[in-house]
Write a protein that binds this ligand. Structure first.
Ligand code: GLC
Ligand code: GLC
Length: 659
């Protein structure tokens, strides 16, 4: 406690000394009094936290106070430069800081180049996004990157210059505003663990500048790399063994967790932290509403550990969060931690990342689809779904990345599943190596030493549509489409922001053509990153086609969700179905209650009427999806892959008066 007080006093003293210089930034601009006052108020509020985080990270470094001052000046300058419409958004969202918990929130993600080529053309698709009900659009990395393989843009050469083939930075800023006017918040990546080897900092390091060499992890020989590698996990073992790359031009080993051209940044250096904070504020002022913090687990290295999820990684993100609260108050962070569920959760809080991918739900939905059993899914959800206040899951089925089986081993054992064997089974099932599997996927990053692998493939191909269409079997096609809709029904109703991988709304299949492109051939994730399928898009209103069926049903569900305040935020209770193939959960709020049931098998499944009665007084429910009345006097039979959203009749009549 004493220590805490001492730091608080030091924080206050340092701010008193700093403030006159910060105020200068505003004094130089006419009419900036109001901006200055607002900034000062927020800075004073956040300063003790920011100061103590940075003191903990960098306090022992001789240039700590210099870096702190430069950071404060940069924050002030950034706030001054922040466009007026964003300041307006800051005000609105600060007053309603849980705006993203709404039942109307719906996310989408796409690659601009694969979807339509350029930012300019993307504007033509805003009506399409609105038709889908999107209120959040994540554009995959679109900044300058090396030619050829650049890990889908995740090797960033400049955080300020849009890849010229996609457009300009000015066009991006305009698009952000146009999207905002259409009710859609722009989401971009903050790829802050590494830069490409063509980033200016990396190039200066290559040219021998010692200041920039300290931006990265460079080693003259194998002694330290060997020592670190004793405890590191290999992330891309088929790209290159180990986590370091030899650069003959520099005669140095470089830390490269991912591809050899992605150089990990050294956050032990306060200059790196400050430089990246400035890049972050630049992105914020373009009009970005949410930054997706890429590869969060990896940003701090500690000898003798796996260098993932270190305490300092949290401190760094929290410090970025404090900076955002002051200089770009409406900005939110989304954590991309695809790791053990405990570690995923460790990044989620109002002071760190308010949003997080939910890789556990994603993986276990696929697990349940393969096994036709919900026991691992229900057990894991029952104790791992709750988030701290002010936070939300981003629930997704597919992303641009592979599927990894990140469930907890003890959760598996608790329901009688051998975790290692189960992962082997799931990989076999989803790569078509398991007899009778409906799925068509590809292995990703098989590690010959550990037997580990992950899975690539589009939602529709993994759910069986590709195989069914090849077989020309209408019954199989029907089941595959039902699987696609079943999975969507869960992410739309379970609590959090559903995120649609664009293309999935049309049942897009795997695209195997990536193997002919040498820059992509070694990375099977490209199988599920196809170009926009214009033909499918044109069929979207034709229910006799597969794209039309998926699109029609999905958009109907999205609209239904928007009418149901019970589906807002993330309170969820796993319920009993007394049927091992039927997932059940309750959502409630705003005087409404919804009991969702989802049949994960291709056989009809009974759920006892007595059981339903536990979840709502009265003796009848309305299934909001099919608009049928369900009597609790009888057993409810769910058809293959059927899902229902049940509301007691008397509540439903109030909730959806037109039904
Ligand atoms: C994240 C991205 C992935 C990329 C990696 C390195 O995991 O989602 O696509 O390969 O980071 O940036
Ligand atoms: C992250 C995840 C890993 C994922 C990779 C991209 O490192 O931890 O599971 O596969 O990004 O593919």
């Amino acid at each position: 406690m004493r220590e805490h007080e001492r730091i608080q006093r030091a924080a206050a003293r340092s701010l008193d000394r700093l403030w006159p210089r910060v105020a200068q930034v505003f004094a130089q601009v006419e009419g900036a009094d109001e901006d200055c006052a607002a900034f000062e108020q927020r800075l004073r509020r956040e300063w003790p936290r920011l100061f103590s985080l940075l003191l903990g990270l960098y306090g022992t470094q001789y240039d700590f106070f210099y870096q702190l001052e430069q950071l404060a000046l940069a924050m002030a300058q950034s706030w001054l430069n922040r466009p007026r419409w964003l300041k307006q958004r800051d005000r609105v969202r600060e007053a309603d800081h849980e705006w993203f918990q709404s039942e109307r929130m719906m996310g989408g993600v796409l690659y601009v180049d694969r979807f339509c080529g350029t930012l300019r053309r993307l504007r033509e698709f805003i009506p399409y996004f609105q038709e889908l009900g999107l209120s959040y659009l994540h554009l995959m990395p679109l900044f300058a990157a090396p030619e050829g393989n650049n890990d889908g843009g995740y090797a960033v050469s400049s955080y300020r210059q849009v890849n010229p083939r996609i457009g300009t930075t000015a066009e991006l800023a305009e698009l952000a505003r146009e999207l905002d006017a259409a009710g859609i918040s722009l989401v971009l990546d903050f790829v802050f663990n590494h830069t490409s080897d063509e980033h200016e900092w990396a190039q200066r390091a290559q040219a021998g500048d010692p200041d920039y060499q300290e931006f990265y992890f460079l080693f003259p020989d194998r002694s330290l790399p060997d020592a670190y590698e004793r405890t590191l996990r290999e992330i891309f073992p088929t790209v290159r063994r180990g986590s370091f790359t030899w650069r003959p031009d520099m005669q140095r080993w470089v830390w490269t967790t991912f591809n050899s051209f992605q150089w990990d940044l050294n956050y032990a250096n306060p200059a790196v932290f400050r430089a990246m904070a400035e890049e972050m504020l630049f992105l914020a002022n373009l009009g970005v509403a949410v930054l997706r913090l890429d590869a969060v687990p990896f940003i701090w290295k500690r000898m003798g550990t796996n260098c993932e999820n270190q305490p300092e990684a949290h401190q760094i993100i929290q410090a970025f969060n404090a900076i955002a609260r002051v200089a770009a108050p409406a900005l939110l962070f989304k954590s991309e931690a695809i790791v053990h569920p405990d570690d995923v959760l460790s990044y989620v809080s109002a002071q760190e990342c308010q949003l997080s991918y939910n890789p556990l739900l994603m993986a276990l939905l696929w697990e349940a689809l393969a096994t036709r059993e919900i026991k691992l899914l229900a057990h894991s959800l029952s104790h791992r779904f709750r988030l701290p206040p002010g936070c939300a899951w981003i629930n997704y089925l597919r992303s641009h990345d592979d599927i990894g089986w990140t469930f907890d081993d003890n959760d598996a054992r608790a329901v009688g599943i051998d975790p290692w064997g189960h992962r082997q089974f799931l990989n076999a099932f989803y790569t078509g190596r398991f007899p009778g599997s409906f799925a068509r996927g590809l292995p990703f990053q098989e590690n010959p030493d550990t037997g580990d692998a992950r899975v690539s493939g589009t939602l529709a191909s993994l759910a069986g549509l590709e195989q069914a269409l090849d077989q020309g079997d209408p019954a199989a096609i029907d089941l595959a489409i039902k699987r696609v809709l079943l999975l969507h029904s869960v992410i739309l109703s379970i609590g959090g922001i559903p995120l649609l991988y664009l293309g999935d709304e049309l049942g897009t299949l795997n695209d195997y053509s990536y193997v002919t492109d040498p820059a992509k051939a070694d990375d099977s994730r490209w199988v599920h990153r196809p170009a926009r399928n214009q033909a499918a898009m044109e069929q979207r209103h034709d229910p006799t086609t597969a794209p039309g069926r998926v699109f029609g049903e999905l958009t109907r569900l999205i609209r239904l969700r928007m009418q149901l305040p019970a589906l807002r935020d993330g309170e969820m209770m796993v319920a009993r179905s007394d049927n091992p193939r039927v997932l059940a959960y309750v959502r409630q709020g705003d005087g409404q209650r919804v009991l969702a049931l989802a049949n994960f098998s291709e056989q009809p499944q009974p759920v006892a009427g007595n059981l339903l009665r536990m979840y709502g007084p009265g003796n009848a429910f309305i299934d909001l999806v099919s608009r049928q009345t369900i009597s609790t006097a009888e057993t409810l039979t769910l058809q293959p892959y059927q899902f229902v959203w049940l509301m007691p009749t008397w509540l439903a009549e109030r909730a959806l008066p037109e039904s």
